[in-house]
Design a protein around this ligand. Structure first.
Ligand SMILES: NC(=O)c1ccc[n+]([C@@H]2O[C@H](COP(=O)([O-])OP(=O)(O)OC[C@H]3O[C@@H](n4cnc5c(N)ncnc54)[C@H](O)[C@@H]3O)[C@@H](O)[C@H]2O)c1
Length: 354
């Protein structure tokens, strides 16, 4: 594969109007001033038009957003015109609670979509495919278990994690069967700017700032391993440029924290009382602990996180304080109806020559 730093490197990023994809595009355009990015995003509820507009303003001559679904077989024509050197697949349904209520969209995007995108990328010839995956494919750990490595078996618990594991298996099968240039990253829980306020950290910040109750599943002692989104994006860019084809790379800062402690840390930062906490019935099948070893990416590619957990949380709380218009609009019902009417997913190409 052509190196991302080379003139005219062309990268398709899917799901780029979501949380991690938008942070990745910002970082990638800044890090590689000669690269071009086509962001393919179907604009589900998880994508914010304000995020799309922010990306449009970064480097208009090297970036475009096309609304489209990764499961659409007609995408081959778009790829043939763009001629990518790489595809980085962030597009996914990502909310575990939603996957428990109805997993069908998760199968459609996280499994069928990945399979479709792999097939279409392969038809383009020498294209590197990076599948952005999650530690949730490994399932849950007991308190004293060692952390998961890349060779741990896949034992996903939730429908979301099962669909992501399936997408990973299709990606690895494409490498084994067709020799397709595939790399996979599996990262721990992310936090940072532009995260939809359905996920723990932005939900707690938003509810606290609005003096609304903060729901905590079960006893709140579920442990998650946390990484700031920019450190995750740096790992993805590194694996894209230097990862070995057919390999999986875990990404983690080994920052394991119980959910309740995260909530307390946020309440302290925004000066709100713990009386806002409401313990609610636990999520069915709720994984108790996630923990990942990132020894492989640290030792073979030289990645390490730059932001400590505490610094990252300070910056994140500050971002939500400074950008209340961004998250408040997502919680507003009138806005949700407007969004459904105007931005509901439809395949509609808005290409410009790059
Ligand atoms: N958030 C985390 O903590 C975390 C951790 C590890 C891995 N991941 C993985 O990273 C990726 C991005 O996660 P996120 O938190 O940014 O998600 P997100 O929900 O914020 O964004 C997903 C984006 O994908 C788009 N999308 C959904 N279905 C699509 C489709 N069929 N075609 C095109 N676009 C589609 C949405 O419009 C949205 O912009 C996912 O694959 C997720 O599994 C997330």
């Amino acid at each position: 594969m052509k190196a991302p730093k080379e003139n005219g490197f062309r990268c398709v990023v899917t799901g780029g109007c979501g949380f991690i994809g938008s942070n990745f595009i910002s970082l990638f355009l800044a890090e590689y001033p000669l690269a071009k990015v086509l962001n393919l995003d179907s604009m589900t509820y998880a994508a914010h038009p304000q995020t799309a507009r922010h990306l449009d303003s970064l480097a208009p001559e090297r970036y475009q957003h096309v609304r489209g679904d990764i499961a659409d077989p007609q995408l081959g024509e778009l790829l043939s015109r763009f001629k990518p050197d790489a595809v980085v697949n962030f597009a996914a349904e990502t909310h575990v609670d939603k996957s428990i209520l109805d997993p069908s969209a998760f199968v459609q995007t996280n499994v069928a979509g990945v399979q479709n995108l792999l097939t279409l990328a392969r038809k383009q010839g020498n294209v590197r495919f990076l599948q952005v995956s999650t530690d949730e494919v490994y399932g849950s750990l007991n308190p004293d278990d060692p952390t998961f490595t890349e060779s741990s078996p896949l034992t996903p618990s939730s429908p979301y994690a099962a669909a992501k594991a399936s997408g990973d298996l299709f990606a690895l099968a494409a490498h084994h069967t067709f020799g397709q240039d595939v790399v996979i990253t599996r990262c721990t829980n992310n936090f940072g700017p532009y995260q939809y306020p359905e996920k723990l950290i932005p939900l707690v910040i938003a509810n606290a700032l609005e003096d609304k109750p903060i729901p905590i599943y079960g006893d709140g002692q579920q442990v998650r391993d946390w990484l700031h989104v920019v450190d995750h994006c740096r790992a993805i860019a590194l694996v894209l440029a230097t990862g070995k084809s057919g390999e999986v790379y875990n990404v983690s800062a080994s920052e394991e924290h119980a959910n309740l402690n995260i909530v307390r840390g946020i309440l302290e930062r925004v000066g709100k009382p713990e009386s806002l906490i409401r313990y609610v019935k636990d999520r069915p099948g709720h994984d108790r602990r996630y923990g990942l070893s990132a020894a492989k990416i640290r030792h073979t590619l030289g990645w390490s996180p730059k932001l400590s957990f505490e610094e990252g949380l300070d910056q994140t709380v500050e971002w939500y304080l400074q950008n209340s218009g961004w998250w408040r609009s997502l919680r507003d019902e009138a806005y949700a109806a407007y969004y459904q009417a105007n931005y509901a997913p439809k395949v509609q190409e808005q290409e410009k020559p790059l």
